[in-house]
Design a binder for this molecule. Structure first.
Ligand SMILES: [Zn+2]
Ligand SMILES: [Zn+2]
Length: 363
């Protein structure tokens, strides 16, 4: 079968690889659509940063992930084979993939976070399409049945490929303690920033303000439901915050990872408010903890998602699928994924929210 494999920086190839075997507790998926994530682009440009550069060495003994890696973790698919011990799933069923791999997948004794249902911070966490042999940019993929998320009737496979990035945003909102009727600010209107904006409004935010320097991304934030967008190169962010929200926001989500946006996030929440980091940093930031201490502001962070977050996203997609379809800025075939997908995002980043790679293209 055809699969898109990452070898090293700027070296991504469509290879012929053997069809994976389906074990007793696994299912074989025919992949429909897979989104290209910012983390895929990061790895493509400056990787390998997650897997050992030496292809003879695996990242860990639980997944055995090593280079070359089949990328792709924002996956929608149809089940084409069900392992003999798997219950509750059948051939022909449409599913998304919860890409986080934890102790349940490894058959390992559960660590403390897994015992508490916090599988996203498992001591042995890894991800399909990142550091596990199975990845989504392929005609087929075999996953453990615990990774499956059924797609509700009426939600297309194309839209379901957005469930994974939306689940990242849903998890952040849940962990931030955000409550209906509160005010929120989102710094950065890339794929996660727009997903946060959309889900915050869906969850009943009174006002969502989005700060972003790229004008095309400000348009995307508006389309996602932002009440007010701010370009910090043209307006003072704090002035707008005070005008809209009085002393400050209840929660600020940091989805940029720059010192300037982090400082603005710290300053823009009211006393007792929460700064929630979802950005992956290029380099460490400075933090004046006096800002937290004096105002009893909370600094929190989140990693990936759990099944609960996928459930919430699937409920939202069943009623508001057409509203998120506009996040898809382009759909490209696997054979053109490097040129029209990865390179297109590198060269025209702010034009795009989400580029999908089409495999089977089924509905
Ligand atoms: Zn991702
Ligand atoms: Zn665990």
């Amino acid at each position: 079968m055809k699969a898109l494999r990452f070898y090293s920086a700027k070296d991504l190839r469509v290879d012929d690889v053997p069809r994976p075997e389906c074990g007793a507790d696994e299912v074989r998926l025919k992949i429909a659509y897979v989104g290209i994530c910012g983390s895929d682009i990061h790895e493509y440009l400056i990787g390998p940063s997650i897997l050992p550069a030496d292809p003879t060495k695996a990242v860990n003994r639980y997944t055995g992930g090593r280079l070359p890696q089949i990328m792709g973790h924002e996956i929608s698919a149809t089940i084409v084979e069900v392992g003999k011990d798997v219950q509750g799933y059948k051939v022909g069923q449409r599913v998304a993939v919860n890409a986080a791999i934890d102790d349940r997948h490894h058959g390992h004794e559960l660590c403390d976070p897994c015992e508490k249902g916090r599988h996203n911070i498992c001591d042995r966490i890894s991800f399909y399409g990142v550091n596990s042999p199975a990845g989504g940019f392929a005609e087929e993929m075999v996953v453990k049945s615990v990774a499956l998320v059924p797609i509700p009737d009426g939600v297309s496979l194309k839209i379901a490929a957005l469930a994974e990035p939306l689940a990242v945003a849903a998890h952040s909102i849940r962990m931030s303690g955000f409550q209906k009727g509160q005010n929120a600010i989102v710094f950065g209107a890339g794929p996660i920033g727009t997903a946060l904006t959309f889900l915050l409004k869906d969850a009943g935010a009174k006002c969502v303000m989005v700060s972003e320097v790229a004008s095309s991304r400000l348009e995307q934030a508006k389309a996602a439901g932002a009440d007010r967008t701010v370009n910090p190169l043209e307006e003072k962010v704090l002035d707008v915050v005070h005008e809209l929200m009085g002393t400050g926001a209840d929660v600020a989500f940091e989805a940029c990872g720059l010192q300037a946006t982090f400082d603005a996030a710290l300053a823009s929440v009211k006393t007792g408010g929460t700064i929630f980091n979802v950005a992956i940093l290029e380099k460490p930031l400075q933090l004046n903890t006096n800002i937290l201490t004096r105002g009893e502001k909370k600094l929190l962070a989140g990693n990936a998602y759990t099944a609960e977050d996928f459930d919430r996203v699937m409920r939202v997609l069943s009623t508001r699928g057409s509203d998120v379809e506009k996040f898809i800025s382009s759909v490209v075939p696997l054979a053109r994924a490097v040129e029209d997908g990865f390179e297109e995002i590198v060269n025209n980043k702010s034009k795009h929210n989400k580029i999908l790679v089409e495999l089977s293209g089924e509905h």
